[in-house]
Design a protein around this ligand. Structure first.
Ligand code: GLY
Length: 581
């Protein structure tokens, strides 16, 4: 029986390889969306830019800059707007990370408002009759981790904001109360989730008309429920969310859906300020998010490895692409081996980011071939782009903000708090609920990222600020699960090293590798270099879904905001300052 199964696996695997090879060879498909009117995704300004996943969020952020707010004020307003206009991706029921660079003090602060496992969570939380049921970590009450977004926005504003808290909340509240047209991406999520939403009537109703039909693009979505929550936050701060009427409603909703989140989990939730991880690359200083994000370490590690390789070639040269992909695979292997919540486990950050270690990994890279799977990194050990949103801002005073927030996959756990319009996250699925087996993003992880009470799941969110000689160069980040890291990585290389125009960098075909699966995903199957990568041993597969990268680039004279057409956000800038002309 075992032998049969083994043979079957080999045959199936062989068939899959043959199939992907033939798909690769015969079809010619470009999986990028059709980039209509591409110039709308770039704005050039003389006084700051907001680049968010969704146009109204950018515009409201820019209005806040116009009203005298700084990047922190604009960021809070933009992120709250995303919770209204882009509710499938992020919101008060989720969490995230922010990096803020204060121009006056020249200090970068990392804010960790990641969701946290409930106190009653344990390693075998998802075991049913001895088998792990991954679906429980995905949808329903057990998928919900303690939300951190309200605490994060409150702290970002409290530390750095200049306008009144209620002032930065008001635009999102008003939008929720008055309604806004449903965007194409939201309509698309609703269409794709229609069958699933049938089992979640409270959530479905939010996005349905009076006849019970799901709303479509352009229909007006009014969110009085969410407006009520935002009004309470504007008036009373975030306390009612963590201990009070909103907290009680959240716990009630989760427990009605068999979850374990308690009022104690909410009342004990705390934002954690952290030291950013810092690296240097080709004269640039990279400030990035430390664990429980894996993004900062993986990004800097991959860049460090490149400094030991001859990676100055043309960005479309297959020899160059092979080297950068191999560097990325080392970084993802170590992500799987070493990374998790640093408050629970030891993470050898200094070693992972050291030049000696980068040199060692670089020396293993073979320019002509991929390595054996376990030669990447150090210790042997269904994708969807929907959840997660990013906002990048550099204001007119060169304060920098990069925030990535999430409720995880599309509409999170699907658990809805009807009184306050909150969609609760399914961040528990970012743990490796079965250590050694891939999680929801196909990411391998071991005990380092196993479920544990009050632990924060490992994330790929990578808000990143780049400085050149102490001056702002780039605020960048992305949504897209593990493809966040590769999306940010390649954008940094393209823009800062290859001098590619930022919009061209964002609209170029993307590639992604995360060590396991042993597949190099590319966003089209007719790239000229593909055959040569296959010849080096890469298993190349065309794929439609990639990250959505948002950025603000600062050159000498201008701030250039670019949003990713893959998600449809449009950057915005405050009105030109007449004194600057
Ligand atoms: N929820 C996606 C991430 O944090 O990586």
């Amino acid at each position: 029986m075992d032998l049969f199964r083994h043979c079957f696996t080999i045959v199936t695997f062989g068939l899959l390889i043959a199939l992907s090879a033939s798909v690769w060879a015969e079809e010619s498909v470009d999986f990028r969306p059709h980039f209509d009117q591409v110039e709308q995704y770039r704005v050039t300004s003389d006084g700051g830019v907001v680049a968010a996943d969704e146009p109204l969020a950018s515009q409201i952020g820019a209005d806040v800059l116009d009203a005298g707010g700084n990047a922190a004020d604009a960021g809070v307003a933009a992120m709250l707007t995303l919770s209204v206009t882009n509710p499938a991706s992020s919101g008060l029921g989720g969490g995230g990370f922010c990096l803020y660079r204060d121009a006056a003090t020249e200090q970068t602060t990392a804010l960790d408002f990641r969701e946290t496992a409930p106190g009653a969570a344990h390693r075998d939380l998802y075991a049913v009759d001895g088998e792990v049921d991954h679906s429980l970590a995905r949808h329903g009450g057990l998928a919900v981790a303690t939300p951190g977004e309200p605490a994060g926005l409150w702290s970002l504003h409290g530390r750095f904001g200049e306008l009144q808290w209620s002032e930065v909340i008001e635009p999102a509240r008003k939008l929720a109360a008055q309604g806004h047209p449903i965007s194409a991406p939201l309509a698309n999520h609703l269409r794709n989730m229609e069958d699933t939403l049938d089992d979640w009537p409270e959530l479905r109703q939010v996005f349905s008309d009076e006849e019970g039909q799901l709303l479509e693009e352009g229909d007006i979505l009014v969110r009085e429920d969410l407006a009520r929550a935002l009004a309470i936050l504007a008036e009373e701060g975030v306390r009612p969310f963590y201990a009070g009427e909103i907290a009680d409603a959240i716990v009630d909703a989760v427990q009605r859906h068999d979850g374990i989140l308690s009022t104690e989990d909410l009342s004990s939730y705390a934002l954690i300020p952290r030291e950013p991880v810092v690296g240097e690359f080709e004269g640039y200083e990279i400030h990035a998010m430390p664990p429980p994000s894996s993004g900062g370490i993986a990004l800097i590690q991959a860049l460090n490895i490149l400094t030991h390789l001859d990676a100055e070639a043309d960005r479309h040269d297959p020899a160059y692409l092979h080297l950068v992909v191999e560097a990325l695979k080392h970084a993802f292997a170590d992500r799987a081996h070493w990374l998790g919540d640093a408050d629970f486990i030891e993470i050898p950050t200094d070693k992972l980011l050291s030049d000696e270690y980068a040199e060692k990994l670089a020396s293993r890279i073979d320019p002509d071939s991929v390595l054996d799977t376990y030669a990447y990194g150090t210790t042997p050990p269904d994708h969807e782009m929907a959840g997660t949103a990013h906002v990048s801002i550099i204001d007119g005073h060169d304060n920098m903000l990069a925030c990535t927030t999430t409720i995880n996959t599309r509409f999170g756990s699907l658990v809805f708090v009807p009184e306050y319009g909150l969609i609760l996250n399914n961040e528990m699925a970012d743990f490796n609920v079965e250590p050694g087996e891939p999680n929801i993003f196909g990411l391998i992880g071991n005990e380092q990222n196993a479920v544990e009470a009050k632990k924060r799941p490992l994330s790929s969110m990578s808000p990143t600020l780049v400085l050149e000689n102490g001056r702002p160069a780039l605020s960048i980040g992305a949504s897209g699960g593990p493809m966040i890291i590769s999306g940010v990585f390649f954008a940094i290389l393209d823009i800062l090293i290859h001098d590619v125009d930022p919009l061209d960098a964002i609209t170029s075909h993307r590639i992604h590798h995360q060590w396991i699966p042993e597949t190099l995903f590319v966003e089209a199957d007719h790239l000229p270099f593909a055959d040569e990568l296959v010849a080096r041993g890469h298993s190349v597969e065309a794929r439609r879904i990639f990250s959505a990268v948002q950025l603000v680039f600062r050159n000498d004279d201008d701030w250039i905001g670019v949003t990713d057409p893959r998600k449809g956000g449009i950057p915005a800038a405050p009105d030109p300052d007449p004194d600057r002309q």
